[in-house]
Design a protein around this ligand. Structure first.
Ligand code: UGA
Ligand code: MN
Length: 298
């Protein structure tokens, strides 16, 4: 009898331990879905308004997942996501809802004749133009010159260091910094002499007024609101989007504020994701009569 009691007691103990473990896991899951993990709002800290164009493709959710999980670490951050689509898709709508981020979800379709075709080289037509303009429109309509903040154009496939955001948050007019893996070089960068931008380290089209990538500059919100009509354009030469916008803000070279340790540090990379080939889906269909389960979102 005593032996039995001992055995039962032992069993109860192990079960209690298991139960405790389960409770811990449950509270962790709750924690994550509620997204209470992060510092979200710090009083008096300027906001970052990030404008991200995005479009439907196989890799979209992966890109958005990677990007959003970086963004979750940034306090006082507002993500403006603009889909290149006639209507907002279910995928992005659900994704943003569960992201834990402060966001605005918009859509703006690029007209068909401005879209890249499958066979076109990727530099033929500009991407994200109307979407970024829709983001700017939202800012102009919803923010006023009392808001403290900065505007940053974040493509959905680049790689961003958290350090970058600490620096660009305090932009007075327009800040600039190098972009890694850009322009066919290890990096492209403003050239800084005595804390001032004096020239550009680029190979491609150095004659542009502002020869830099979209990921390489940020604009103070109040400053932008002095030129609320400033927009990107579908009608300018390739590589001239950045210059087009900044020219409308009447900034000169010596207005530019160098960030990232006087432009000696790379804090953002122009990474590009390889296009996935679904070569075995068709083979699977031939062999088994069906491909992968289309009701599973990828
Ligand atoms: C380079 C620059 O880094 C971009 O800032 C610039 O917009 C682009 O070239 C251009 O030529 O217009 P790249 O990596 O070649 O970037 O371009 P993507 O990353 O394919 O597209 C830039 C942004 O536009 C992304 O956020 C992407 O999701 C979006 N996009 C792309 C659309 O909204 N619609 C499209 O049809 C394609
Ligand atoms: Mn890209």
């Amino acid at each position: 009898m005593e032996k039995l009691v001992l055995i039962y007691q032992k069993q109860i103990m192990t079960q209690e331990i298991e139960l405790k473990k389960l409770k811990v896991t449950r509270s962790k899951i709750y924690y994550r879905t509620e997204q209470k993990v992060l510092p979200k709002y710090i009083k008096d800290l300027p906001y970052i308004y990030a404008i991200t164009p995005t479009y439907t493709r196989l890799e979209q959710k992966a890109e958005l997942t990677r990007l959003s999980q970086t963004l979750l670490h940034i306090p006082n951050f507002h993500w403006i996501v603009i889909e290149d689509a006639t209507t907002k898709t279910e995928l992005v709508t659900k994704f943003l809802k569960n992201s834990g981020l402060n966001y605005t979800h918009l859509n703006a379709l690029t007209p068909k004749h401005y879209k890249l075709e499958e066979k076109d080289p990727n530099w033929l037509k500009p991407r994200g133009v109307l979407q970024r303009n829709a983001g700017l429109e939202w800012i102009v309509t919803n923010q006023n010159s009392k808001s403290n903040g900065v505007i940053y154009f974040m493509d959905d496939d680049n790689t961003y260091s958290l350090k970058l955001f600490d620096e660009i948050r305090f932009t007075e007019k327009v800040s600039v910094w190098p972009v890694g893996l850009s322009g066919g070089l290890r990096f492209e960068s403003p050239i800084v002499t005595n804390n001032e931008v004096t020239n550009w380290f680029v190979f491609w089209k150095p004659e542009r007024p502002f020869p830099m990538d979209m990921a390489g500059f940020a604009i103070n919100l109040k400053f932008f609101l002095q030129y609320p009509e400033a927009r990107f354009s579908l009608r300018v030469q390739r590589g001239y989007q950045e210059s087009t916008l900044l020219s409308q803000l009447h900034v000169k070279l010596n207005d530019l504020e160098p960030k990232a340790n006087d432009c000696k540090e790379i804090l953002v990379w122009h990474t590009r994701t390889e296009k996935t080939k679904l070569k075995n889906e068709d083979k699977l269909k031939l062999k088994y009569g069906h491909g992968s389960d289309l009701s599973i979102e990828v």
